[in-house]
Design a protein around this ligand. Sequence first.
Ligand SMILES: [Zn+2]
Ligand SMILES: [Zn+2]
Length: 318
Amino acid sequence: MSIFSRFLLCLLLISANAFSQKEKSSFQIVPLGIKGGIDEKNLSAYLLAPANTKDFICLDAGTVNAGIEKAIENKVFKVSTSEVLRKYIKGYLVSHAHLDHVSGLIINSPADSSKTVYATDKCMEMMENHYFNDQTWANFGDKGVGFPLKKYHFQTLNLGEETPISNTKMTVKAFPLSHVNPFESTAFLVKSEDSYALYLGDTGPDSVEKSDKLKALWTAVAPLVQSKKLKGIFIEVSFPNEQPDKFLFGHLTPNHLMTELHILEDLAGKGSLNNFKIIITHLKPPAKNITKIKEQLKSQNDLGLKIIYPEQGKKFEL
Ligand SMILES: [Zn+2]
Ligand SMILES: [Zn+2]
C-alpha cells in the first residue's frame, strides 16, 4: 500500500471513529441570562427543551426579555420577542425567590401568556406574599393574596417527586439546596425521554452550610452519571478562591465546586466525570473576578470535566 493510501485509510478510520462517538444530543439550551449579579439585563435564566422541539421550560427567570432579544439577534429564534415569550416558553421553574432569579418573570408577566410556574412550597409562598401580592405587583397567579388574575398556575413541587411539565414531554424532580442555611434553594432534575439535565439554583458547599443537601443530591444522581443518562450539570461558581468562607453568602468558589464534584465522582466511580459537561452559572462581576474564576477552574480540573461557559442568547446542546 502506498504511503498516500495508508494516509487516506488512516483519515477514514479517524473520521469513522469520531462519527460513531458523536452522540445525538438530548437537550437544547438557550441562556437568556448568565450572570450572578448587578447586570440586570443578564441575570440567571436558561431555556431548556428536548432537542428539535420548541417546548422550552425557563430555569430561573432573572432576565427574560433582554435575553430573548439577544437570541433573536443571534438568529437562534426567527420569530418575534413576544412569540418566544408567549409560545415557546411553556413554563418557569424557579429555584428560589431572590430577585436576580425572578425579576424577569415579574416584569414580563403583563405581556406573558397563560402558563405554569413551578417552585417548592417555601419559594412559592415568598413569591405570593412578596411579589404577586396586589401591592408590589399584580397577582398574576391563581392563588395567594389580593385578586388572583389567574394567568399563571402556581404549582407547588413536592421534593423528590417526578412531576410532568405541562405542554412539554419533560418531567421534573426537585431537590432542596442550602443557600445560607436554613434558607433553601432548589435543584431541578429535568427528564426528557431517557435523558436528564440537572440545574442547581444558588447553593453553598455542604462544609460551609453545615448541610448534607449536596451530598444527598449527588447520591441521587450518581447512578445517572454512571449510566451516562445525565447529560450535564448547571452549577454556580460565584466567587474566586480568594473569597473567605465567611463571606460566601451561600455560594461556591472553584475550590468548593471541585470538592463537591469529587464527592460525586466517588459515588459514581473513578473516571465517571471525565468529559462530563459542567455548565458554570452565576459568575459574579467584576470582570477581573470572572477571569480569575475561569483560570482557577481550568487549573483545578483534575476530573477531566468539560467545562462550559454559557453565553447570553447563544444556543448550545447537551
Ligand atoms: Zn442568585
Ligand atoms: Zn440567591
